[in-house]
Design a binder for this molecule. Structure first.
Ligand code: MLT
Length: 404
């Protein structure tokens, strides 16, 4: 038989969210009548709004007609959509040709790993969205997992905790070639301020690193002083790639649509354009985002679509407020939830998995254990604000009884 990829064998456990589903299903098998509420995976729950849904329907119907049928599109996405993203999301500070449309931020993060050699040193915030580390492991960029620390050798972990206001001390991290940085942050809900992103860009310039800036939750930023894109920082185009997604602001988690910006200024150390290699990766491994999804994405960026997007985001942010204030009332230290759909709460004396099990069994609420995102997440739980309002209200009631 063929040999198993030794890099995949280095991974210690299953991917975090399927593992949570497994535990949830195991609980349901034993307690088939339990009315579980999920504040676990950040999956959208509200219907796609009218104008955007209509664009999807029209695009699907057109495919059933002789004139409207389309086969393969450009691997980089519809030019109209790329230009619209550049104009609306980036205020024309990037051009359409720098925007590459895709099937989502997560698959792009995986493919981006191909741009860098296996000896590239990767740095991640700790805690972090698990895809940055797991994909680095799969591509062979790491050593094995240190059993004592549960961290991978050759990865630079940048602790982000309440102590440092969720922003790493960049003087302590040594040299990294690729830095994954997520703001608004999944899982902590923290948003980096302009001054902090300036520091990050300066670090990257000094160390010749490339930042992969994950802005998948940027539409959740309500505070006008907080940066929604790394490109709001002078000089960022020379050191940063930005990944974003339609999933969370318009409920496209199942429809699938996202994008990556690779600025024309961004070069590898041999002077070659990163953009050209990304184009090579995408034209080889990807056949273009679904034309139906792209029609929906386009509709979400016109005037009516943008209004609808705001409604969707506000709905979830109202949920975030309810969860956060309940936790605070109960005396828990809670972060995030103001400019991000995640609340990050320290569970007093409980460890993360202990708190997860406690809430699952006693309150029938599914959360995400903080330690699943990294060692600095131990003792925390992440509460997702995605859910129907009535479920959130019911969850809050239960929390008030069981976490007292
Ligand atoms: C999460 O819960 O962290 C996210 O929903 C996962 C994802 O976006 O892939």
């Amino acid at each position: 038989m063929a040999k198993r990829n030794p890099n995949i064998a280095k991974l210690q456990a299953g991917y975090l969210f399927p593992e949570i589903s497994r535990r949830k299903n195991e609980f349901l098998e034993k307690n088939p009548h339990a009315k579980l509420i999920s504040l676990g995976i950040g999956d959208t729950t509200e219907p796609i709004t009218k104008h955007i849904a209509k664009a999807l329907t029209n695009a699907a119907s057109a495919l059933g007609t002789k004139n409207g049928y389309r086969g393969y599109g450009n691997e980089q996405g519809l030019l109209e959509l790329r230009e619209k993203i550049a104009e609306v999301v980036y205020n024309s500070s990037v051009s359409g040709e720098e925007v590459f449309v895709s099937d989502g931020a997560k698959p792009d993060i995986g493919r981006l790993q191909l741009l860098f050699g296996n000896d590239a040193v990767v740095a991640v915030q700790d805690p972090a969205y698990p895809v940055y580390i797991d994909s680095s492991v799969m591509y062979g960029k790491t050593g094995s997992c240190n059993k004592k620390t549960s961290q991978f050798n050759n990865i630079v972990y940048m602790p982000c905790t309440p102590k440092n206001n969720f922003f790493p001390d960049l003087r302590k991290i040594g040299k990294a070639d690729v830095i994954f940085f997520c703001s608004p942050n999944n899982p902590t809900g923290a948003v980096a301020a302009k001054g902090q992103l300036k520091e990050l860009v300066q670090y990257a310039k000094k160390n010749k690193s490339i930042i992969v800036f994950d802005a998948a939750y940027s539409e959740y930023i309500a505070d006008k002083n907080l940066p929604k894109s790394i490109y709001e920082i002078d000089g960022a185009k020379e050191v940063a790639i930005e990944v974003n997604s339609f999933s969370k602001p318009i409920g496209f988690t199942g429809v699938r649509l996202g994008w990556t910006v690779i600025p024309n200024e961004l070069r590898f150390d041999d002077g070659s354009l990163v953009r050209n290699d990304w184009n090579r990766v995408m034209t080889t491994l990807f056949n273009g985002a679904s034309n139906i999804s792209q029609a929906g994405g386009l509709a979400s960026l016109d005037n009516i679509g943008l209004k609808e997007m705001k409604q969707t985001v506000s709905y979830y942010m109202e949920n975030a407020k309810l969860i956060k204030s309940a936790l605070e009332e109960l005396g828990y230290e809670a972060y995030g939830g103001d400019n991000a759909p995640y609340i990050w709460a320290r569970m007093k004396s409980m460890k993360s998995w202990e708190a997860f099990d406690y809430l699952l069994e006693k309150a029938n609420i599914v959360t995400t254990p903080g330690v699943g995102f990294g060692q600095s997440g131990e003792g925390f739980l992440r509460f997702s604000a995605f859910g129907h309002r009535e479920d959130i209200e019911e969850a809050v009631k239960r929390l008030k009884v069981k976490l007292k």
